[in-house]
Design a protein around this ligand. Structure first.
Ligand code: HEM
Ligand SMILES: *[C@@H]1O[C@H](CO)[C@@H](O)[C@H](O)[C@H]1NC(C)=O
Ligand SMILES: *[C@@H]1O[C@H](CO)[C@@H](O)[C@H](O)[C@H]1NC(C)=O
Ligand SMILES: *[C@@H]1O[C@H](CO)[C@@H](O)[C@H](O)[C@H]1NC(C)=O
Length: 318
């Protein structure tokens, strides 16, 4: 009898710990507790976008960074403290911005349903809004993420670098359960936004001992990048848009990539093996196939969970 009880206890403890470790996400997570959360977040994102066209790109990149470090747990949103330098103050933070949009959404959601909606979910939902409101697809975001308590600047070293080659990209993605197909689809996020000169400097100056410019880059395109980003660049915030239609979510990124007009080595690297190259070609010819693949991979990436609590202010742990 006692043995049966302790077995039952052990089993229920095991189930409990599994359910808290793998906090399962669902699309109807807030249906009872905060049914208006999603529409309120959408209107906050819409309003911010109308004032600043760079907001959607910022939100999409912020969500990607969040998910790649400790899972999608809003660790990217935490402020540094006197004892801790947070992710957002780590090295590849240039262009991470628009944190205020998440603050505004959180404020409105807290006023409606206090302590219910996690910052990690707000970020995931905002990224979906950013894509949809830029002319891209929309989708039903699984929710129920929890916010983490740890954010370390040093962890940003785990992010893939723009200089990565295809095997380094593959490794970075597979460590997070993401495939080569996910890599190609998610790189399509570079249909939005902007890059600073330092992020593609390696391709346009002192590329290697033979040549200054990456030979895979189209010549006149390389020339134009070299003129905006001279070797001793003194213009603060100089750089280039990631594709020719940088506020519209479309498949232009893939078309340009095939023409040697991508910005990062990590974009160009997608052409270096047959499988990823074939996908690039497919997405370049079909916006629809790109969108379908992007949504699938976004849901996969944004389902990497990691947190424990629901913060009240997205910048500080509870
Ligand atoms: C495959 C590995 C990736 C690498 C190496 C990479 C690298 C970068 C770099 C270096 C920048 C420019 C930073 C700057 O100079 O300001 C950037 C911008 C951006 N990335 Fe990526 N990225 C990757 C994947 C992704 C993914 C998966 C997404 C989202 C699905 C994404 C979305 C963006 C967006 C939207 C911007 C523009 C940000 C802005 O304009 O504020 N990237 N990325
Ligand atoms: C977080 O940091 C930002 C920028 O340094 C500052 O404006 C803001 O007041 C801080 N917020 C909190 C809650 O500490
Ligand atoms: C980026 O990090 C540096 C320190 O590494 C910090 O001074 C700067 O404020 C950070 N920028 C943003 C936008 O958070
Ligand atoms: C990618 O870069 C790594 C590190 O520099 C190197 O070891 C590897 O051989 C490279 N792989 C390819 C396919 O170029």
């Amino acid at each position: 009898m006692a043995a049966a009880w302790s077995l039952a206890l052990a089993l229920s403890l095991l189930l409990l710990s599994i359910s808290t470790l793998v906090n399962t996400l669902s699309t109807n997570y807030y249906d009872q507790t905060c049914p208006k959360a999603e529409s309120v977040i959408t209107s906050v994102v819409k309003k911010a976008m109308s004032n600043d066209k760079t907001v959607p790109a910022a939100l999409l990149r912020m969500h990607f960074h969040d998910c790649f470090i400790r899972g999608c747990d809003a660790s990217v949103l935490l402020n540094s403290t006197s004892k801790n330098q947070a992710e957002k103050d780590g090295p590849p933070n240039i262009s991470l911005h628009a944190f205020y949009v998440i603050d505004n959404a959180k404020k409105e959601v807290e006023a409606m349903c206090p302590g219910v909606v996690s910052c990690a979910d707000i970020l995931a939902l905002s990224a979906k809004d950013a894509v949809a409101l830029s002319g891209g697809p929309t989708w039903n975001v699984p929710k129920g993420r929890k916010d983490g308590r740890i954010s370390k600047a040093i962890d940003t070293r785990q992010l893939p670098a723009p200089t990565f080659n295809i095997s380094q990209l593959q490794q970075s993605f597979s460590q997070r359960g993401l495939s080569m197909d996910d890599l190609v689809a998610l790189s399509g996020g570079h249909t939005l936004g902007f890059a600073h000169c330092s992020s593609f400097q390696n391709r346009i100056h002192n590329f290697n001992t033979q040549t200054n410019v990456d030979p895979s880059m189209q010549h006149s395109f390389a020339d134009s990048l070299r003129s905006v980003c001279p070797i001793h660049n003194k213009v603060k915030n100089a750089g280039a848009t990631l594709d020719s239609t940088s506020t519209t979510f479309d498949n232009a990124y893939y078309k340009l990539l095939l023409q040697g007009k991508s910005i990062f080595s990590s974009d160009q690297a997608l052409l270096n093996i047959a499988r990823t190259k074939a996908l690039v070609s497919k997405f370049a010819t079909s916006q629809e196939e790109f969108e379908e693949a992007f949504v699938k991979s976004m849901i996969k990436m944004s389902s990497i969970t990691g947190g424990q609590e629901v913060r009240l202010n997205c910048r500080v742990v509870r």
